[in-house]
Design a protein around this ligand. Structure first.
Ligand code: NAG
Ligand code: NAG
Ligand code: NAG
Length: 410
């Protein structure tokens, strides 16, 4: 009996402890959820904002302080245009009916069929029959950069009347990036838009902000007041239908983005054809809890807010930008079939460290093989590193046996 009662008591008290733990965990969970954004603008970025947001929340910041720390105005910002070409030199990659010629298209190895496609060959400034899409891509030097740009560029090659603004987070103009951008034949502008050092030092650096601000600056400097602005990161997947959906945006259009946060989607909530709310796993007291890739803005509408910009505040870029253009709920047009279709995905790319390949022989010898060119190219892109003294020793395989690279030079 006594032992039975003890065990009942034990069960009760352990139940009580479990309850207390449960309450604590629940409280922590709800508190924590507000603090951390589901993910960041770029792959590889650390969980955005934990420390910073905790700090800013606890400090219950004054409005003036907020504006000092996250200035919206374009102060001392310079526009560094590295390269641009407003003419559309695209060749459609997949048509092979034209008679064989000796000329090889360097990008597609398809034949030059431009003469069959007069409609694509237009200039940005010309009498575009359709509104131009200004597709803004923030990018930054990393191993995956060029691979991402190629993938995105080949999507954009299918989209007529598009001007691609690629803003790179660098002080200097990347020749390697330009070499690849040029090949698509898409009208483009390459900007160098480094993140200010003061923000770079932060734990939750606001990535992509300097880039997008530079693109806004370019749009204003060039007096672009018709067409549509869209922020498309280099690690997203875009279904081609997205472009015809956003092209005729009147003020601001919105649509679902897949692979976002704990709901795996961020989307407006639409009833009877109108946006009435938002579905996003990171509310964080945002008025406009949307993903960067989940909206498009007409340039006519943007021009009404000459001071509109994006703050250097990780996690709040979309919200503050949309506030700065004075958006109202009733101005939002739901796209993608009343927000029932997912036309853009935050795919992200898994990032890993560049491996070091050890080649202890004279590298110039490798130029007699293809290996010299291939390895040099990857090094330029930051995909790998070559060292004489460390890393994984480079070897060759010949008829199933491993040989040293010197095999070809002995
Ligand atoms: C734009 O690109 C085309 C094709 O590469 C080239 O022929 C043309 O000279 C370029 N225009 C400018 C302004 O660089
Ligand atoms: C969206 O819903 C509204 C109201 O139900 C309807 O009138 C409209 O045709 C729908 N739009 C599309 C593109 O299906
Ligand atoms: C934009 O900012 C400038 C400088 O602060 C200010 O004088 C101007 O009134 C602002 N314009 C609008 C439309 O808010």
């Amino acid at each position: 009996m006594a032992s039975a009662r003890t065990s009942v008591f034990r069960r009760k008290s352990s139940g009580f402890i479990v309850l207390i733990i449960f309450v604590f965990v629940t409280l922590f969970f709800f508190y924590d959820k507000e603090e951390i954004k589901h993910e960041s603008e770029h792959p590889n970025a650390p969980n955005v904002a934990r420390l910073e947001l905790l700090r800013s929340k606890k400090g219950s910041r004054h409005k003036d302080d907020f504006e000092k720390e996250y200035p919206l105005l374009l102060v001392n910002e310079q526009l560094v245009i590295c390269f641009e070409n407003g003419t559309d030199y695209r060749k459609l990659p997949y048509i092979t009916e034209s008679p064989p010629t000796t000329e090889q298209d360097p990008l597609t190895t398809q034949r030059n069929i431009r003469r069959l496609l007069p409609t694509l060959h237009r200039t940005t400034t010309g009498d575009a029959a359709e509104p131009m899409i200004y597709f803004v891509t923030p990018t930054y030097p990393r191993r995956e950069q060029i691979a991402e740009i190629i993938r995105l560029g080949q999507t954009l090659m299918h989209v007529p009347y598009l001007h691609w603004i690629v803003a790179d987070d660098t002080d200097t103009c990347s020749q390697t990036l330009n070499h690849h951008l040029k090949k698509f034949g898409i009208p483009y502008t390459q900007l160098a838009s480094p993140m200010p050092e003061v923000y770079r030092a932060r734990k939750n650096a606001p990535r992509g902000v300097a880039n997008r601000r530079a693109a806004l600056n370019w749009i204003r400097t060039n007096g672009k007041k018709s067409g549509v602005l869209y922020f498309g990161d280099d690690d997203n997947t875009f279904e081609l239908k997205l472009f015809s959906e956003i092209r005729y945006t009147k003020k601001v259009s919105m649509f679902p983005v897949g692979l976002i946060g704990d709901y795996a989607v961020s989307t407006p909530i639409v009833r009877n054809g109108r946006v009435e709310g938002f579905f996003d796993s990171w509310p964080a007291k945002r008025k406009w809890p949307v993903d960067m890739a989940g909206f498009a803005v007409s340039l006519e509408y943007l021009a009404l807010s000459p001071n509109a910009t994006m703050p250097f505040r990780a996690g709040y870029e979309e919200d503050e930008f949309l506030k700065s253009i004075g958006l109202k709920l009733q101005d939002i047009e739901p796209k993608a079939n009343n927000c029932t279709e997912i036309l853009v995905w935050h795919t992200q790319t898994k990032s890993s460290k560049a491996p070091t390949v050890r080649i202890s022989m004279d590298r110039q010898k490798l130029d007699r093989l293809n290996l010299g060119t291939v390895l040099k190219q990857l090094e330029t892109m930051g995909v790998n590193r070559i060292s004489e003294t460390e890393g994984t020793t480079a070897q060759a395989i010949v008829e199933g046996s491993v040989k040293p690279l010197s095999y070809w030079f002995s």
